[in-house]
Design a protein around this ligand. Structure first.
Ligand code: C2E
Ligand code: SIN
Ligand code: SIN
Ligand code: SIN
Ligand code: FE
Length: 423
């Protein structure tokens, strides 16, 4: 065995995704990445017109990939392209899992036996996938049966091309192309496969950055909201409940044909997060009022009412400095208008009906239901039935009647959210 492995002195035994049985080995043939302008191989199987058509198809693919937000969808799209554009039916996406130091198969096609979830440990033997990952270059075995680094997932396979999914900060994993033919990958095909994988890498990198940014944004916004709420008696459960109520109500609204065009999944997600901002303006209310155990005087309540504009104004300042993000715009609407009333008798601006942003009308119901069913420094909690009775009674005066009707339909779910997120 050792003499067969001279080209890869660091390895001690072969392995590949999917199997450890039926291992065969012979001479290794690492593939060097093609240089730009390299002469196309004599064994190329596609005429130039085919090459141009494939390039065009890959450009089209790039357009679709750019808008994808789920890595799983990207894997599927790229595997479909490997098949339909390049003609490779057998492939797998292996993603690096730093925590257990493996390359794990996250998507695959065309193998005779399932390779679902198979993990290739990086620490031990060096297979084609590990080699491509570790050395960050494509590895081509034109005849896997004579390659010592190979282990068979499928005894029919004859050639294999493994390409690292390169990103800033190191490869994310590898893309494994395989074929039942010997020498299935001409230089030109290898170049196209590399292009395909690079497209995928860019797209996965964008998704990662996007997700990280979104998580950071959510963490900061929720942290800001919690900080604002930490001063008054309301417990952390309050924000969790408001977000859960808002999601429930908006989700139901998205299935209502009257709102079909207005509320989509993004609206529901954004509302769920930005509803936490409704009371951030309470940071500007003095303790003597905010924490007063008893009933507020008229003057005190006038000051209390300024929390809507303080919160809305603060978020609007963020918008002026940083641009109007959907979430900030909605946050400002909610902070400004969650105490407006359907009949125009609310504050701070006395907006009425649909002049009150829909997001704020939704949060108004969630906020009042939660205030009623929770203990506050100035009041005791009341029971669910009594609270929903108040929402029902105030439909059309305080609340948007359509939303209040929706609330009543969902009342038992509000009750279970309340119980699940007790303070
Ligand atoms: P909050 O405690 O979060 O209450 C939010 C909203 O829930 C209230 O907005 C009100 O519309 C509704 N709500 C709360 N408790 C009751 C209730 O017992 N009956 C009915 N029908 N509705 C209720 P509102 O009135 O604009 O108050 C805004 C904020 O002002 C309150 O937020 C709370 O922080 C403060 N606040 C209101 N009244 C008092 C008070 O008497 N004493 C103190 N210390 N704070 C008060
Ligand atoms: C109160 O003023 O007694 C609290 C009720 C409310 O916030 O509307
Ligand atoms: C705003 O003016 O930015 C808030 C929207 C509204 O309450 O009308
Ligand atoms: C509505 O008023 O029904 C929708 C407009 C909004 O999002 O505020
Ligand atoms: Fe409020």
């Amino acid at each position: 065995m050792s003499q067969l492995l001279t080209q890869y002195p660091e390895q001690d035994s072969p392995a590949a995704p999917g199997g450890e049985s039926r291992v065969r080995r012979a001479a290794a043939r690492p593939f060097a990445a093609p240089r730009p302008g390299a002469t196309p191989s004599a064994v190329r199987s596609e005429p130039p017109s085919g090459f141009a058509a494939k390039l065009a198809a890959m450009q089209e693919l790039n357009g679709r990939l750019t808008f994808m937000r789920e890595a799983e969808n990207v894997f599927q799209e790229v595997m479909t392209a490997a098949q339909s554009i390049l003609g490779y039916d057998i492939c797998a996406v292996l993603i690096h899992e730093p925590r257990d130091r493996t390359l794990r198969i996250r998507a695959w096609r065309g193998y005779a036996d399932s390779v679902e979830g198979v993990a290739v440990p990086l620490d031990r033997e060096l297979g084609l996938c590990r080699l491509a990952f570790r050395e960050e270059r494509p590895i081509y075995a034109s005849d896997v049966l004579s390659d010592p680094n190979y282990f068979l997932a499928d005894p029919e396979l004859r050639s294999e091309l493994v390409i690292p999914i390169r990103a800033r900060g190191g490869p994310l994993g590898v893309f494994d192309f395989a074929s039942r033919q010997l020498c299935a990958f001409a230089d030109e095909d290898v170049r196209l496969c590399c292009m395909l994988v690079d497209q995928m890498a860019t797209c996965l990198e964008n998704i990662r950055l996007f997700d990280e940014l979104a998580s950071t944004r959510d963490a900061i916004i929720l942290g800001m909201a919690r900080l604002a709420e930490s001063r008054d008696g309301a417990m952390a459960g309050h924000l969790d409940r408001i977000c859960a109520y808002a999601r429930l109500l908006a989700g139901e609204l998205s299935r209502d044909e009257r709102y079909a065009g207005l509320i989509d999944e993004e609206y529901v997600e954004t509302l769920t997060r930005s509803s936490a901002l409704h009371d951030i303006g309470k940071v500007g209310i003095p303790d003597s009022i905010l924490l007063k155990p008893g009933r507020l005087t008229r003057d005190e309540f006038d000051i209390m009412k300024t929390h809507a504009g303080i919160g809305g104004g603060t978020i609007e300042e963020m918008i002026q400095r940083h641009g109007s993000l959907f979430m900030l715009k909605m946050g400002a609407d909610i902070a400004w208008s969650h105490h407006e009333r359907w009949d125009g008798s609310g504050y701070p601006r006395g907006l009425a009906g649909e002049a009150i942003p829909l997001s704020a009308r939704i949060v108004a119901i969630c906020d009042v239901y939660d205030a009623l069913t929770s203990q506050r420094i100035y009041k005791a909690a009341i029971a669910h039935d009594q609270a929903s009775g108040i929402v029902c009674h105030d439909a059309g005066s305080h609340f948007d009647p359509l939303l209040a009707a929706l609330f009543l339909r969902l009342a038992s779910e509000f009750r279970s959210i309340h119980h699940r997120h007790r303070d």
